[in-house]
Design a protein around this ligand. Structure first.
Ligand SMILES: [Mg+2]
Length: 336
């Protein structure tokens, strides 16, 4: 793949939902592209905020849909939280666990001692997603935190996607305990940068590329970690949301799907006021976008999308209000 986007990197850090799969089904092009880049020697890890499934479960799910994975290649916020927490408390310290068996496994792996009650004076409370959380369990955690236990959340996701829609995520339940105790928790998941750094270190990556669909977790975390990122439109954030992204959530590279990894990525340059990507040229005019290649009628090609996003970001950075830019940005569909 000489000249391809991925050839600039030695590793890819893939998000899972919306990047590799959508619930039970693989995302279009993900299996064949990942197979190809792995066969070319690119290192890979799958980085997920979901702390309720074990690396073994996630890996076998990926393998079942044709995506190469091993348990070691799965970096969950549960394992990162335990690694970070074990550096903050004495060896073998007591920890009250809110979470599933997947989190309990990770707590055991780092040698911490699990307790069930605040009366056992745990040094920390670690809190990952579990659908079984109830008032008694939350209150046990609150009592421990009030006595000085460190509060550590695997992730702060407000929502968790399920087949009927967005349900209450771990972060929303963490905030109930934080609200009750007045203690702000530490967090391991994206958008915290540490999960990317730990993932890169675990697989020995020196020049990783993060691949994600969610601006305020995947991309914001990659930006915070100083790792370049590729955004794909196969999951959460729409093309319009990418164009309107705030500076700390702007991807380095834009694509429709994972095919961009093995394709040439045109250099992104400025020609005076024009943002140029391949043959596409877009600039911000008095109160709207100007393209050199026709109107923005909602459907646009990949390079026009890339140029449009950069023109929008520059306009925002030069002081044009986000409302003005939003008004000038229609819903967009990126087509090949
Ligand atoms: Mg995702």
């Amino acid at each position: 793949m000489p000249g391809s986007l991925i050839s600039r990197f030695d590793a890819a850090l893939f998000d899972l939902d919306g990047v590799c799969y959508l619930g039970p089904v693989p995302v279009v092009h993900a299996p064949e592209i990942i197979t190809r880049v792995v066969s070319e020697g690119v290192l890979r890890a799958y980085v997920t905020n979901n702390a309720s499934r074990t690396p073994e479960e996630v890996a076998s799910h990926l393998v079942s849909i044709g995506i190469s994975a091993t348990p070691e290649s799965i970096v969950t916020s549960a394992s990162v939280a335990c690694e970070m927490l074990s550096g903050m408390v004495p060896q073998g310290a007591r920890v009250l666990v809110i979470g599933t068996q997947a989190l309990r496994d990770e707590v055991a792996k780092v040698g911490l001692t699990m307790v069930e009650s605040s009366d056992d004076n745990p040094a920390a409370v670690i809190h990952g997603f579990t659908p079984d959380l109830n008032w008694e369990w939350m209150s046990e955690a609150a009592l421990a935190i009030r006595k000085g236990a460190i509060y550590f959340a695997t992730n702060m996701d407000r929502t968790i996607p399920r087949d009927r829609g967005l349900m209450v995520g771990n972060g929303s339940m963490v905030l109930a305990i934080a609200n009750s105790t007045g203690v702000k928790p530490y967090s391991a998941g994206k958008p915290e940068p540490e999960i990317f750094r730990i993932a890169a270190r675990r697989i020995g990556a020196e020049r990783p590329l993060a691949v994600g669909d969610n601006l305020n977790t995947d991309i914001q975390g990659a930006v915070a970690a100083g790792i370049p990122s590729l955004h794909v439109l196969t999951g959460l954030a729409t093309a319009r949301e990418v164009v309107l992204a705030v500076p700390e959530q702007r991807p380095t590279y834009l694509a429709d799907d994972m095919r961009a990894l093995v394709e040439h990525y045109p250099s992104q340059v400025w020609d005076g006021p024009w943002a140029v990507s391949g043959a596409a040229r877009v600039r911000w005019g008095q109160d709207g976008f100007v393209t050199a290649t026709g109107a923005l009628d909602g459907k646009l090609d990949l390079d026009t999308y890339r140029a449009l996003a950069r023109a929008a970001w520059q306009a925002f950075d030069e002081g044009v209000s986000s409302e003005t830019i939003a008004q000038a940005t229609p819903e967009l569909e990126v087509v090949r």
